[in-house]
Design a protein around this ligand. Structure first.
Ligand code: NAP
Length: 268
């Protein structure tokens, strides 16, 4: 039920914190991975780590990929089609967060977040779904699309208004796709992490500290951790485990779900 042997999975943002932990978690379950990122060197590092973690030896390929580029997506799926003729999961993980108070948020900053966080998800999911439909017909597999949203797609986050708008859109896209793609055998779910210890969170702490809104560095991380009933912030592995679950048959009856993975952060 939790096995991913012979499953072909595309993961974006694979060079970042959550992406890297996810690639390793999926490799341990036996998945064949296509790891993409705009930062080719970071994606290559993740590929080496995933290959080392893979139960049966190296099974990952990496591709430089800007999720806002329709032709880049075509190249990714052309590779999948020519090498394996099947697609079992797409994980739309690449994303950016610009930490800025609403009154200072520029149109360019808003557009950039919408372009990467929303248009990127739309492009990938639509092209993946077309390939998955064919895959279901020829291979009888049960494909899954997993979209990374955020708790800020569900609740307000001061200084994260533009980011929250993009992540709220990811939730809506997910539900609409879930309804339309369910009859075709494709599941679509979103994951909503709270703060996760990656370079994205470090950047937000740095920005807020520079505005005098919180402590900097380790003290800032400790401040964030205290906001959790569980007493700590998420490690990337905490999120990776749930992403992996959504790729397996263990989640076969889940579609359109908003999975909050935040150690109770939004309960307080
Ligand atoms: P991260 O460490 O910054 O990783 C994000 C990765 O996406 C980076 O490798 C980044 O490359 C890449 N990327 C940026 N723009 C791209 C583009 N146009 N095309 C392809 N790749 C691109 O962030 P993370 O914390 O792992 O976040 C992963 C996902 O989880 C994001 O969608 C994020 O919004 C979501 N999330 C994170 C948190 C958190 O607290 N960390 C909380 C909730 C949700 P560069 O480094 O070169 O820009």
């Amino acid at each position: 039920m939790f096995n991913l042997n012979e499953r072909v999975i595309v993961l974006t943002g694979a060079g970042g914190g959550i992406g890297r932990a996810t690639a390793i978690a999926l490799a341990k379950q036996g998945a064949t991975l296509v790891l993409t990122d705009i930062d080719a060197a970071a994606a290559a590092e993740t590929t080496a780590l995933a290959d080392a973690a893979h139960a049966a030896g190296g099974k990952a390929v990496c591709i430089r990929h800007d999720v806002t580029s329709s032709t880049d997506w075509d190249d990714v799926f052309a590779t999948v089609q020519s090498r394996w003729s099947r697609l079992d999961a797409l994980i739309n993980n690449a994303g950016i967060m610009i930490t800025v108070p609403f009154l200072d948020l520029t149109l360019e900053q808003l557009r950039r977040q919408l372009e990467i966080n929303v248009v990127g998800v739309f492009l990938g999911a639509q092209k993946a779904a077309r390939l998955m439909i064919e895959s279901v017909r020829t291979q009888g597999n049960k494909p899954s699309i997993v979209n990374l949203s955020s708790v800020y797609g569900q609740i307000a986050g001061p200084t994260h208004t533009g980011y929250g708008a993009s992540k709220g859109a990811v939730s809506s896209l997910t539900k609409g796709m879930a309804v339309e793609l369910a009859p075709l055998g494709i599941r679509v779910n979103s994951i909503h992490p709270g703060p996760v210890k990656t370079s994205m969170l470090a950047g937000a702490i740095h920005e807020l500290a520079s505005r005098g809104r919180m402590a900097s560095g380790d003290k800032g991380f400790a401040q964030v951790a205290k906001g959790h009933p569980m007493g700590r912030s998420a490690e990337p592995e905490d999120i990776a485990a749930v992403i992996a679950f959504l790729c397996t048959d263990a989640s076969a009856f889940m579609t359109g779900a908003e999975l909050r993975v935040d150690g109770g952060y939004t309960l307080l």
